[in-house]
Design a protein around this ligand. Sequence first.
Ligand code: ADP
Ligand code: MG
Length: 672
Amino acid sequence: MLLSDPVSGPGPVHNLGIHNVADLVHHLPRRHEDRRSFRPITSLVEGERAIVHGTVERIRLVRMRGRRTAVDGRVADDSGSIRVRWWNMPWLVSSLPAGTEVVLYGRVKKGEITQPEYEAVRAEDPLNVGRIVPVYPLTKGVNGPALRRAIHQALTEVVETLTDPLPPSILGERGLPPLADALFSIHFPADRDDLARAKRRLGYDEFFYFQLAVAIQRRHARRQPGVAQKWSATLDQRIRARLPFQLTAAQERTVGEIVADLTKPEPMNRLLQGDVGSGKTAVAVFASLVAVANKTQVAFLAPTEVLARQHLATLQHMLKDSDVGLALLVGSTGAAERRQLLRELKLGVVDLIVGTHALLEPAVEFSRLGLVVVDEQHKFGVEQRARLIRKGVRPDVLVMTATPIPRTLALTAFGDLDGSVIDEMPPGRTPSATLVLRRAQGHRAYKRIREEAAAGRQSYVVFPLVAESEEIDAGAAQEGFAELVAGPLKGLRAGLVTGRTPAVEKTATMDAFRAGEIDVLVGTTVLEVGLDVPNATVMVVESAERFGLSTLHQLRGRVGRGTSPSFCFLLASRLTVEAKDRLLVMEATDDGFRIAEEDLRLRGPGEFFGTRQHGMPEFRVADLVRDHAVLVQAREDAFALLARDGRFERHPDLRAELTRRFVGRIGLYEVG
Ligand code: ADP
Ligand code: MG
């Protein structure tokens, strides 16, 4: 038997993505069940998840109201018996008739087991009982014992001939078992330790091959020349003269890293991280001016229209009386203006264009795009970024994020980017005080808003996403707004901005807020990113328990930008213990990185990134949070290996394994 042999067998295994023997042995268990010995039924404890081994004593179908059915049975072992029930699985009556020996897995509740996973077994069958047993993802027509048998047989036959693509030096250095052993043990472990060893090896593999792919992509991206910008002391002085402040040491360092990239022929691919308010915009403007001075164009992408306008205003202010051609392209740009603008952009009359998703449309063409800046990159998908980048010939790329990305994710989702971090705040900031309050205590927050308004300062109130739909969202904010204006905010000048507010009105409200003509700006998470109004000193978040920590941190970052003390009130409507623990993290720290790590730990990578496409692979064995150290090792090893043997001449098996894992999923430019 060879790994490439097709799996004939019953058709349904193909639904599991199993087509050949390699697929079969790589079809990993979703969990394991310790069936070395079973606890007597009479010793089961209320509330526990239990594994039961016994014989079906009786079983019958019960019809319920509507079309619902229940299968009601009793399973017994030597010690006694327990009631078992399954909803809407009527076929079980015939597939588990009285007398069938079964293993059940489920929660014990009120003296019965409801809806357990089940398996008909025979006690003498060594693959299914008397050992730690693999439990696989299944599909209709494929049962656990059959799949176990097939996998066991495949393993037994190929294990001898299985070559390990990882060089022995890595195995030795990292203390990893050979692949054949690990594969065998992840399916059929001898004991817990054996299983842990197998997981360590296969988890390492997941990281290693992914990082190898990242390293290849990175090398590919850098190999082809892009624009090499010119740099001079005069240019440096000219740019600095336009900045309204002195750069912080962290900004200086970052600018240095970026300028070094820009002047090289390889395209820059850099992720700039900096906590909210750390001054990323100035760094991006600096880079932009270098590009413009070199007669290349800059595309500055922002996630919201409000933010795009804010960036434009900043740029206009700094570039007053210069001959840099600035433009704005957003969803609400009028048709005639847009046509004109697109022409100018293509002709190269526009040097720097700030915009929203509108910039991504095919009609937007550049004459010579030299730099792409993506602000608040987590609001965009990988594909959106790529669409903008493709409008130039390998332009330099700077992506910025104020949601600090936990190190682990930075190394995976952004593993092909270089990183810069602004880890210092501009001078004159007063950190804001954060207070978690029950909704009933909300008046304390609104009292503070009134006090600040009396002193001429401003506030934000944010309502949560109540649903995926922005419509419903806007509705809730609208209602909340009406209540606030009639109640706790009565007499104050208040404005509302939601996803449904027409763009013109949104701009007008924002401008009024910026000009200090509005005391309180109420809105949905559209207020989350980028807003920069130093006179705002209070942030109130309604139903704060509904937000992720990183979002709350972003929201809090809207205040604390001036010299007056600032306040962030997190109002909790429904406070579970977990929600409270989570919110208290916000009271405890304002370190964005710590908050991000905590967020990742609590919600996992998928949730952390939200629903957007983020280019993260799925790791089935490895755990991004728990296995950070392994990830770092695997990345080191993968990059070192590629540097030593760039074409896999000494490691042909590695190339084959890479292809098996990633073919069709990411462009493995020079592999295979
Ligand atoms: P973010 O990193 O969140 O995008 P911004 O770029 O909006 O932050 O900067 C936040 C505020 O800090 C802005 O008002 C900006 O003008 C100000 N700022 C940035 N850098 C400095 C600096 N070096 N000195 C003083 N103020 C600065
Ligand atoms: Mg910003």
